[in-house]
Design a protein around this ligand. Structure first.
Ligand code: DC
Length: 217
């Protein structure tokens, strides 16, 4: 039977770290759907699209060819023939992705790609709407969360380890704002699917979370 596991939750809950480990354990591929929304956001920025201009947005989205490939088991996202994996983690792209991912034309296109990937492979897919919308038959569905304080501290540690100067309170404020946008958008808002299992990682180590999820499978 095909492996289709959905891991949803807010930013910084540890989804990608955990999904990667679980995928490895199960010999499945890990699909980071956020990277697709980020690649689309990069494309919209590059084309200076006013995302409230529906016509311009629709045309631009139609001309974006987003695909993913795997190099040594790592997902790489491609945009119109260019590997943009190294360009999608900036603040500018994060902000645009948070706004553009609320747009129907963007979601329809990327959900279609995500579903096709799950038809062809055993997958562990992470995002915001995987259990509620993209892969409703996924089993198990995990809703991974952590307090905004813990998520902000994780992000802060990650940035300072890279030598970046940042402020913990600003990061937490930003996380709360993005959560609000993800939870309150009209199309596919972030929410726990009825049949999803809630895992709060605030006081758990990475290994404990991985073991918990493997035990649920
Ligand atoms: O998980 P991430 O931070 O890389 O996601 C980038 C943005 O895309 C974020 O604002 C949430 C959005 N997103 C979404 O709306 N649906 C998904 N399935 C994945 C991400």
């Amino acid at each position: 039977m095909a492996t289709v596991i959905a891991i949803d939750g807010p930013a910084g809950a540890g989804k990608s770290t955990i999904a990667k480990l679980v995928a490895k354990e199960l010999n499945a591929i890990y699909i980071d759907t956020g990277a697709m929304y980020r690649a689309m956001a990069l494309y919209l920025l590059r084309n200076h699209i006013d995302i409230e201009d529906e016509k311009a947005l629709t045309e631009c989205v139609a001309s974006a060819d987003i695909s993913i490939r795997f190099v040594d088991g790592e997902q790489q996202v491609w945009l119109n023939g260019e590997n943009v994996n190294g360009l999608i983690r900036t603040e500018e792209v994060s902000s645009m992705a948070s706004v553009s991912s609320a747009k129907g034309v963007v979601r329809v296109k990327l959900v279609d790609l995500q579903r096709k990937l799950a038809e062809d492979h055993d997958v562990v897919m992470d995002g915001r709407d995987i259990g509620t919308h993209v892969l409703p038959n996924a089993k198990p569905k995990i809703f991974l969360t952590a307090s905004s304080k813990v998520r902000a501290k994780r992000r802060y540690d990650e940035l300072t380890a890279r030598g970046e100067v940042c402020d913990l309170d600003t990061i937490e404020k930003d996380i709360i704002e993005r959560d609000e946008r993800d939870k309150n958008r009209e199309i596919s808002p972030l929410r726990q699917a009825e049949d999803a299992i809630l895992v709060d990682t605030s006081d758990m180590t990475i290994d404990q979370v991985k073991e918990k999820i493997i035990s649920l499978i």
